[in-house]
Design a protein around this ligand. Structure first.
Ligand code: HEM
Length: 416
């Protein structure tokens, strides 16, 4: 592919709806220009960072590579809407994703302890309950369903909204807004979807939750955020709302994508599925391979605060760098046979959760969510197979399936 087509392909949402085509681009960049100056039409130019080592270096050097200027790639049209709504390249919300330095440390500190493994494990009974409800739903659907639309999207959402104590009747609204925020160009997002509009609607919804938890605080996660202090002062409504938005989107879309991608890969590799089902000890390693293969977050952007040498090239102050987590997880220098899904891949040093100060706050939770579902599923589902063609989300921001038709049989319940 020539450079002009390659640059256009890199930002095209449709490319990522076809994994085999996307992998061709991954292969070409890794072989020819792994740190690639990309200048597509209708887009600001940026460096495409595709090697694991470079992503790790940029992630660790958060004194040089700032998060506060721009969060992720947006085309000129989207960027104009964002700029009109906020006056800057970031959405009109203030999340820790777009904070730097001490401010980032202070706001991240609000939830750091909550998401540590010791605390998260105390929520296991609630998580098991969510997994049970979704496997019950699968059973009630009577042997055939769309695993993405009927099951996977609701499972982590149910858990995160349980932690935040948000009513079940709001789940569909949260799902719709998440899709508009994460993949505004996918057909599921609907006509005229934009990041700016979705942020605004989310903001209005969550402002009501902040007000409620300030007036009537409880033990839930929403109350913890609404009543948090930074430097001895209560945090602003905007900052609280923004935290909710990150949790309500990043907290479920990523894990549900990993789960459906993982199940899809297992269906494509029945020998590995059988091995996993026979040996629960194999689950933790298999889950890491699911994170690597799914790479649900495709990219975040950093902006250079000064000139910097990387892979023999000079990054200039003000240049944008797209950290392509997905590409880096298929780096042939790091992973043997990277395009093969292997549940026993070891070591599996994937970078799906990023690296450095902004690395994923929810990674310990994600590492609990997937195995908990698999345990419930393996105990109750006797057999499962594909019942149609899966479909991938068209987005250069998130990876995932939008549809996975399956046919299955539950084990007979033992007579009482
Ligand atoms: C498969 C699951 C997940 C993946 C692959 C994932 C991936 C990521 C990535 C790549 C980043 C950005 C790293 C960077 O910029 O260097 C991130 C940040 C973040 N994630 Fe996750 N995530 C997942 C699940 C979750 C969950 C379950 C939650 C919370 C409930 C969560 C909350 C966050 C937050 C708050 C940040 C911002 C951290 C910061 O900027 O300091 N994520 N995640």
């Amino acid at each position: 592919m020539d450079t002009a087509r390659l640059d256009q392909a890199l930002v095209s949402h449709d490319l990522y709806a076809n994994p085999e085509k996307a992998y061709e681009v991954f292969r070409q960049l890794h072989a020819e220009d792994p740190l690639h100056w990309t200048d597509p039409k209708g887009h600001h130019p940026f460096w495409a960072v595709t090697k694991r080592a470079d992503l790790a270096e940029v992630g660790r050097r958060n004194d040089v590579f700032l998060s506060s200027v721009q969060a992720f790639l947006q085309d000129d049209e989207e960027m104009a809407l964002t700029m009109a709504a906020s006056g800057k390249k970031t959405a009109p919300i203030r999340t820790i994703i777009t904070m730097d330095g001490d401010e980032h440390k202070a706001y991240r500190g609000i939830l750091q302890g909550y998401f540590m493994p010791a605390n998260i494990r105390t929520r296991l009974p609630q998580l098991q309950d969510c997994a049970r409800k979704l496997v019950d739903k699968m059973e009630a659907l009577g042997g055939e369903c769309d695993f993405v639309k009927d099951i996977a999207v609701y499972y982590p959402l149910l858990f995160i909204t349980t932690l935040m104590d948000l009513p079940e009747e709001d789940h569909d609204k949260i799902l719709r807004l998440t899709m508009r925020l994460m993949a505004p160009k996918d057909e599921q997002a609907g006509e005229g979807a934009s990041i700016a509009a979705a942020s605004k609607e989310f903001g209005a919804y969550f402002a009501g939750v902040v007000a409620d938890r300030r007036a009537n605080p409880t033990e839930d996660l929403a109350s913890l955020i609404a009543n948090a202090e930074v430097n001895g002062e209560p945090i602003g409504v905007m900052e609280a709302v923004s935290y909710y938005i990150v949790l309500a989107t990043a907290g479920h879309d990523t894990t549900s994508s990993t789960l459906s991608c993982g199940i899809h890969q297992l269906l494509k590799h029945p020998d590995q599925f059988a091995e996993l089902r026979a040996n629960p000890m194999a689950v933790p390693l298999a889950v890491e391979e699911m994170f690597r293969f799914a790479s649900p977050v495709k990219q975040f952007v950093r902006t250079a605060a000064q000139d910097y040498e990387l892979r023999g090239k000079t990054i200039r102050e003000g240049d944008a760098l797209a950290l392509f987590f997905h590409f880096a997880n298929f780096d042939p220098e790091v992973y043997e046979d990277p395009y093969a899904f292997r549940i026993n891949r070891a070591p599996n040093r994937h970078i799906a959760f990023g690296m450095g100060a902004h690395s994923c706050l929810g990674q310990h939770l994600a590492r609990l969510v997937i195995p908990t579902f698999l345990t419930e599923f393996n105990e109750r589902v006797e057999s499962i197979e594909l019942a149609g063609d899966p479909k991938c989300v068209a987005s250069n921001r998130i990876s995932g399936l939008s549809s996975l038709p399956v046919r299955y049989r539950f084990r007979q319940k033992a007579a009482a």
